[in-house]
Write a protein that binds this ligand. Structure first.
Ligand code: RP5
Length: 162
């Protein structure tokens, strides 16, 4: 694993970490250098600006952005970088993540955010999708990703009683 992060995982609050750490775990399993940071569209807008504007020059290949409620983080990030941005709707207390999902998915044409499922499944799949993006130009990673998928398949037994 090189030290330079290829994938950035950002989230609006420390309260999102319980969800987003599942994506970070998968990137670690796949041996992909990554970084995890709190970057809030509402509470730290200047940090978001610096993060998104510097992402290409710092060598990131994709950004995973998780947020809940009025989840502007993925969309605002996508507005300031040409890198692929994968949005993870974090499950909110008030509306169970439907607010997060719609905030992230309903982007205006021209500023795309790849929107994943609400919660842990979304965080895991964002990591796998980011890995697949990087694997298009990294043969060794492509082989690790294929092996990861084979292991998942092999772990599915046929007998529902175990
Ligand atoms: C969003 O508000 C965060 O992404 C988080 O999901 C939600 C609640 O944040 P906290 O009040 O827990 O810090 O900005």
């Amino acid at each position: 694993m090189t030290d330079t992060p290829l994938i950035g995982i950002i989230m609006g609050s420390t309260s999102d970490w319980d969800t987003m750490r599942h994506g970070a775990d998968i990137l670690s399993e796949l041996g992909i250098a990554h970084e995890c940071k709190i970057v809030s569209a509402h509470r730290t807008p200047e940090r978001l600006y610096e993060y998104a504007k510097s992402a290409v020059d710092r060598g990131l290949k994709a950004i995973i952005a998780g947020a809940g409620g009025a989840a502007h983080l993925p969309g605002m990030t996508a507005s300031m970088t040409r890198l692929p941005v994968l949005g993870v709707p974090v499950e909110s207390k008030a509306l169970s993540g439907m607010d997060s999902l719609l905030s992230i998915a309903q982007m205006p044409a021209g500023v795309p955010v790849g929107t994943l499922a609400i919660g842990v499944a979304g965080a895991k799949n964002a990591a796998l999708l980011a890995a697949a993006i990087v694997a298009t130009s990294d043969e060794a990673l492509a082989e690790r990703l294929d092996a990861w998928r084979r292991a998942q398949t092999d772990a599915v037994g046929e007998d529902p009683k175990g």
